[in-house]
Write a protein that binds this ligand. Structure first.
Ligand SMILES: *Cc1c(COP(=O)(O)O)cnc(C)c1O
Length: 352
């Protein structure tokens, strides 16, 4: 605290990202990065763009990337917004579309950036408890609200909702914006993008960080009705006209176009997840059903923090959340390559 700080800074509770260790780690399974390299087409495009034109500002609208995404999702460019990571887009969404009189609703156990944005923009919110099995029950959201947001699949549980359930919510909740954070959707969860043209209050965010192996380039996108995209553009252009640099724009285009590599890698990750689930069950873990590139799991008798620390000593980094109490016995484990998962299982067997 300092007398030079503004009041808002003193009141903030910032998000704490998973550790990016400096020392050598055997297996880094704590921040849901992709174990595979970006596509070689992406890397080549970045190399070819590393030239004198970097002296020029990038295209403020990222038109080429919007075009690639519009083709891919069968949408119009006017339905697309590009941001410096989907986190930046989420920040804009909270400011532009969720800052209302009534509280914004999100699950009590979910992505912890949502309450951080509420504290940044002074937005009222209400946490809706997950049910006993840690599922989101969308009927609980049919109350007075200034907007609804949740990840699909949810984080850190990994549990997906069906598009039928989401459409049902949209039909019953038309007076406020509904945001579906699809950061992990490509790992076996059905996307709600097909509903964009039908529901004027639907916003979907996606990320290049997980399924497109580009966490290091900071790129995300949102899909919505033109009106809502216009609101996001107004915020963006009052903040930073050039959030997406030249290298990120070409990388994004190639990452969308190289569909073969995208499918190959995400299918490998889904297979490695199935393998890990099966192996964990054999050594007395309970595993929540996951539609993501991570699993949320707890051992039937051994303490989560003890397992976490023993893994850490063995050079394996996973994620543990102290709060809330209800999930303090769970570990979130990022899915790596099949080889990574085999290594993890053999280390787990040794430490248990
Ligand atoms: C990783 C993640 C994001 C942010 O992704 P970036 O595009 O890297 O900013 C958003 N939402 C959830 C639920 C995430 O896990």
């Amino acid at each position: 605290m300092s007398k030079y700080w503004s009041d808002i800074v003193s009141r903030l509770t910032p998000y704490t990202p998973g550790e990016q260790p400096k020392d050598k780690i055997l297996l880094k399974l704590n921040t849901n990065e992709n174990p595979y390299s970006p596509s070689s087409e992406v890397l080549d495009a970045i190399k070819l763009s590393t030239k004198a034109s970097l002296r020029l500002y990038p295209d403020p609208e990222s038109i080429n990337l919007k075009e690639a995404l519009a083709n891919y999702h069968n949408l119009s460019k006017a339905n697309i917004f590009i941001g410096n990571g989907s986190d930046e887009i989420l920040a804009f969404i909270f400011q532009a579309l969720l800052n209302k009189e009534a509280p914004v609703l999100f699950p009590d156990i979910t992505y912890s950036f949502y309450p951080a944005y509420c504290s940044l923009y002074d937005i009222k919110y209400k946490r809706i408890p997950l049910d006993k099995k840690l599922n989101i029950n969308l009927e609980d959201y049919l109350i007075n609200n200034g907007g609804i947001i949740f990840p699909n699949p949810n984080a850190p549980t990994g549990i997906p909702k069906s598009v039928v359930d989401i459409e049902n919510l949209l039909q019953l909740n038309q007076e406020s914006v509904v945001v579906i954070d699809e950061a992990y959707v490509d790992f076996g969860t059905e996307s709600a993008v097909k509903l964009i043209n039908q529901y004027k209050n639907l916003v979907i965010t996606q990320s290049f960080s997980k399924s497109r192996s580009l966490a290091g380039i900071r790129l995300g996108c949102a899909f919505a009705n033109e009106d809502l995209i216009e609101a996001l553009n107004r915020i963006k252009n009052s903040f930073n006209s050039y959030p997406i640099d030249r290298l990120a724009q070409v990388a994004g285009v190639k990452a969308i176009q190289d569909e073969n590599y995208f499918n190959l890698t995400r299918i490998k990750i889904i297979e490695a997840r199935k393998f890990l689930e099966k192996e964990l069950l054999l050594i007395d873990f309970e595993v929540l059903s996951s539609g993501a590139n991570f699993i949320f799991t707890r051992h039937k008798s051994k303490d989560a923090i003890i397992i976490f620390n023993k893994l850490r000593e063995a050079g394996v980094l996973v994620r543990h959340f102290n709060e809330p109490e209800r999930i303090s016995q769970f570990l979130r484990i990022t899915i790596g390559t099949m080889e990574d998962m085999q290594k993890l299982i053999s280390i787990l067997k040794a430490v248990l």
